[in-house]
Ligand binder design. Sequence first.
Ligand code: GLC
Ligand code: CA
Length: 547
Amino acid sequence: MENKMEWWKQTSIYQIYPWSFQDSNGDGIGDLKGILRRLDEIQTLGVETIWFSPFYVSPGEDFGYDIADYTNIDPRFGTMADCEQLIREIHKRKMRVVLDMVMNHTSDKHPWFLESKSSTSNAKRDFYIWKKGTKKPPNNWISMVGKSGWNYDKGTEEYYYSNFLSFQPDLNYRNPRVKKTMFGVLDFWLKKGVDGFRLDIFNSIYKDESFRDNPFSLRFFPTPDNHDEAFFQKKQYNLNLPESFSFAKEVRKHISKYKQKPFLIGEVSGSDQVLKSFLGEKTDGLNLVFQFELIHFSYNADFFRKLLQKNEEIFPTPFTPTYVLGNHDQRRYIDRLGGDIRKAKLLVCFQFMARGVPIVYYGEEIGRKEGKLSNFFGKDPIAKLNRFVPLFLTKLLGIYINRDNCRLPMLWDDSQNAGFTNGKPWLPIETVQASDTVLGQKNDPNSLWKHYQTMFHIRKDFDVVRVGSLEIIHTEEPAILSFERRFKNKRLCVFLNFGKNQKDLNVDMKGKKIYAFGGADWDGKMMHLPEHSGIIIDLQFAKSSNK
Ligand code: GLC
Ligand code: CA
């Protein structure tokens, strides 16, 4: 890289949900050998960093987010040798690997918890959060899933705490042995060469030391970027504690000594101020946090303009914003666009050209659709908790319950089971047309897949996109979002028409069109932007700016 900015600020991230990517042995569940087979595809797309949802040993009640052994591979996904090979092969292709690290909790089948639960005097008792109490939970804390976080254990007649589901008991980070053990886990993987960790519900790591009751709040529904006020509670004492902010710095410091310069990306939620506290005022906390604003975008230029403005204001360089359209917990974005590929292209161009790290969830590149599976038959434990809520109601309320629907298998080609498996897929696969699949779209110059490929490659080819500053350009058309990226004497301009009609702009500049979609065009003077079209212009021949 010709510039000095850290690699992880310049990267793009692609999330693989191992259950659903590629099956290699016909059991209907994706696995590491399957992923290995698809690495060339991922490389062709242009991905730089791959983040894997968990594949450690797990009972699978929360599909891997309930870990029973942090340093072994679950047999349903393969072996440690497969994993080592996967890491090697990813690196060979000049890509990087990020593992999902669930530090907040283990599975209740983890040997640590089984020991902890066995008696109040067990050496591992303090690995978890236990409180006395018989008839009534020790305090009013509501977990992220909307029920009391306290779970009664008949055997020892005490409650243990879980900020997510009850089979996911929270580790006790006030116990130095827990910290030491978990740092050991990070070391284990860093020594195997992984390039970073995605930290699961890191906002939940610490709980109030004196277990004070949470105050009342008027809010009921949580949103992806705000869990801290929900279910009529302000979660002052069980989320986003100052101790969690300092712990972010500790973890950062701990991993910094590794030569691959690994990074941390935290799943946290809350106000911008909370996110900033996790990043550290001196950017010495988590390297990145997921920013979930795009999960509930409004499709208009103003929304995106304001988002850029906000990020430049609150997260200016050296902070690095992230842009997330979906993940394994959220409704797929294409669904919110009514399946309109033209609009998707606009959104994605925004996501990749803004200053920050774009994060793509597998299948987004082909516009993989959301499923229509009912909550009642859901495999997802959140669906199991809310079986009787009808699907339409969740849509109406803007909440998301059956996450199976965003975790459906990848669509590779139009052969049986879309090339995902020879067996019975763990989640159903709809009938597909060639044009819904990777293979079909790779051969179509106008496909969404091609658009993603171009976006990944523009980022690779133009360091101004990876490291440049960002400035919003004001045009006379409010429906057009336009911004400029600058680095040294390089300048790159983006124009996106979110409006309903074609817009013609007088754009008299010296430069070269590097990419246009949706019928956009520019002849050096007039720019024509049909609805939902966009264009990227390289102005490197223009006068250099002072920056
Ligand atoms: C995170 C994960 C989610 C999981 C939960 C508990 O939110 O993204 O899938 O269920 O944490 O680990
Ligand atoms: Ca398999």
